[in-house]
Design a protein around this ligand. Structure first.
Ligand code: SF4
Length: 204
């Protein structure tokens, strides 16, 4: 989305008790994320944004314990997802962020839903400008159009979107759109839900 009013977006997020910060570059946001996390352990949800920013590697070289199933062997992925839910911090991106401050995600296994809704008490969500949309309808359109087919192909799933690039609201066994959730505000009693807004395109 072009011509984003970040001042209004920050105000909308703050009104919902999120902790937003705006960064011109992914490098600046990366430094901020590392600063927020400090020495704590980190669970990471599936995120091309986090991958492309090199955050897991930076955390590991700083000595942080990192639980990320994208780095785990196939047989260890489920255990790694489980451990991520008990880390000091949970980090991922969002599939979309509406201008009125709602975070929208679609999950296959539900690990990001669990992490963001009932996981670690401190959360870092990083959102590139390509994820910002004007409405919930646009959020779901964006996710189904841009994120799902690309992710289905990346994961080698046997779904219609992997073949055609479009959602067919399938009922296939490998369907990846099993949970759609909208975070209207942090669910935790503690006020530690950071939303790092980056004025660059990041992730899918
Ligand atoms: S519902 Fe099926 S076809 Fe549609 S995006 Fe999800 S996995 Fe792909």
């Amino acid at each position: 989305m072009e011509n984003i009013d970040y001042e209004a977006l920050v105000k909308a997020l703050k009104s919902r008790r999120f902790l937003p910060e705006v960064f011109n570059t992914a490098e600046e946001a990366k430094a901020a994320a590392l600063n927020i996390i400090g020495t704590k352990s980190v669970g990471i949800g599936g995120s091309a944004t986090v991958r492309d920013m090199g955050l897991a590697e930076a955390l590991q070289s700083n000595g942080n314990q990192v639980y990320w199933h994208w780095l785990a062997a196939k047989e260890a992925k489920q255990a790694t997802r489980d451990k991520a839910l008990h880390a000091g911090v949970y980090m991922c991106s969002a599939n979309a962020l509406t201008l009125d401050g709602r975070l929208v995600n679609i999950d296959g296994t539900g690990n990001r839903a669990a992490g963001l809704i009932y996981g670690p008490h401190e959360i870092v969500v990083i959102v590139g400008k390509n994820k910002i949309v004007s409405s919930l309808d646009e959020a779901l359109d964006r996710i189904k159009r841009d994120a799902c087919p690309t992710n289905a192909r990346r994961l080698g799933l046997n779904t219609p979107c992997a073949k055609t690039g479009q959602c067919h609201d399938c009922r296939t066994a490998e369907r990846m759109c099993n949970v759609t959730f909208i975070l209207e505000a942090p669910t935790r009693p503690v006020n530690a839900f950071h939303v790092l807004l980056v004025k660059e395109d990041l992730g899918l």
